[in-house]
Write a protein that binds this ligand. Sequence first.
Ligand SMILES: Nc1ncnc2c1ncn2[C@@H]1O[C@H](COP(=O)(O)OP(=O)(O)OP(=O)(O)O)[C@@H](O)[C@H]1O
Length: 442
Amino acid sequence: MSFDSVAIEVSAVSKRFELFERPSDQLKQFIVPRLGRMLGKPARQYFREFWALSEVSLTVRRGESCAIVGLNGSGKSTLLQIIAGTLTPTSGTVRTEGRVTALLELGSGFNPEFTGRENVRLNGALLGLTPTQISERMRRIEEFADIGEHFDRPLGTYSSGMQMRVAFAVATAFDPDILIVDEALAVGDAYFQRKCFHRLAEFKATGGTLLFVSHDAEVIKQLCDSAVLLNAGKLVGVGTSREIIDLYQGLITQKGDMGTKPLAVTQDGDGVWPKATTVTTNGDVRLLDVRLLDARGDRVTEVESESLLTVEYEALICRALDQPAFGLIVRDRFGKSIYEVSTFAMGKSLASMGSGERVVARFTFDFNLRAGNYFFSIGIANRGYARTEFEETCLLMHDVEHIKVTEAAAAPAYGGIFNMRPIVSVEPTGHALVDTAASSAV
Ligand SMILES: Nc1ncnc2c1ncn2[C@@H]1O[C@H](COP(=O)(O)OP(=O)(O)OP(=O)(O)O)[C@@H](O)[C@H]1O
C-alpha cells in the first residue's frame, strides 16, 4: 500500500508503564541502578512492569473513519495518545500524514487561566494558523460552543461540559486532516452530543480521517467504516465497525457471564455457522438449523412488507438447562438493532431441558418493516435475572440468516423504519383563529 492513501500507520507499537508500589521506590529506581553501575553491581528493579500495549499494528486510510473499541483498561486511550504524539511508545513506530488534531483528556492543550477566546487563539497559533485565519474561524467556534458570556471568562471557571464544547469546537474548526477523538460525545447534554455527531459526520463527508474511541455501539456503527478491538493491550480484531462491535459485545457477555464454563468468542462463524459474523458460546448448545417461513410455512428468502414471517431455529442441548430461554434480534443492514426479544423477557418460563434434546424456537411476526435487508441474531441462555441478563450465556450468534423485505403493491406509504399503525384523526376544534391584525384594521 502506498503511503499516499494512508493517513495513520501504527507499526508494532508497545507501551510499558513502570508501576511503583511506593513513591520512595521511584527515587530508588532513579539512584540505585546508577550507583550500582558505578560500583559494577547488577542492577535491581524497584518497579513492576505493565504492558498497556503489545505489538499493536494498525493502518487507517485517508478519508476512513476507524473506531477503537475495547473494555475499560484495554489500552484505547494509550494508543490514541501515542498516535496523537502526546505519549511516546516503548517500541514501534507511528506515522501520520497531514495536520492532526486530538480531543483527548478534558482540558489538555488548554490554559485554565486564559478565557475560551484566548485559548482558541493560543491553539490556532500552535497549529500554525495566522491571526487572520484564527479570527475568521472565531465566530464559528463561538457559535458552536454556544456558552454565551462564559466564552470570555477563564477556562478554569467552566464546567466539564463547557470545556468540552470549546475543545470540540476548536478541534474541528481548524481544518484537521486527521481528527482523533476520545469519548468526547460522552460529555455534554443530549442536544450537544447530536451537534458533535453531526460535526463529525460533516468532517467525514468532506474527506477527513477520523480515529474514534467510544463505548457507544450505535454511534460507532453510524460514524465509522472500520474498527479494531483491543483486549488487554493486544489487537484481537480488525474489521468493519459492525463486525467489531459484535465481537466486542461477545467479549462483554463473556465478562458479565456468571456461568462456570468459559465462553469462547470468535469473529465469523467458520466451523460453527458459516454465515454468522460472530459466535459467543460456552458449548452447552449447538445450532442445527435456521429457517425463515412465510404464512404458508414455506421456506423463503424474501417477504412482502406487512406479511407474516416465522423465524425458527433448531438447537441441540448438550448440557441440561434448568431455566432455558430463547431469543431473537432483528437488525438492519447497518447492524442497528430494531427489535430484541426473548422468551424470558416475554415472561414465558420454559420447562428444563435435558442433554441430547433437540428443540425448535419459533418467532412469528407481522413483518411490518420498510423494504430492505434485515438480519437475525439468535441467543440461547439459562437462568435469566433481568430483562436481557442471564447467569449463563450458552450461545449468541449474530447474522445467522437474513431476509429481503419488498414493498407490497398495496403497502401504506410512510417514512421511518416500521409501520407503527397509528390511529389518526383530524377534526375541527370549533375555535376559529382570529387574525388580530386584520380585525384591528377594519
Ligand atoms: N501513566 C500510566 N501509568 C501506569 N499505568 C497506566 C498509565 N496510563 C494508563 N495505564 C494503564 O494502562 C492500561 C490501559 O489504559 P488506557 O487508559 O489506555 O485504557 P482504555 O482502554 O482507554 O480504558 P477506558 O475505557 O477505561 O478509558 C490500564 O490498565 C491503565 O491502568
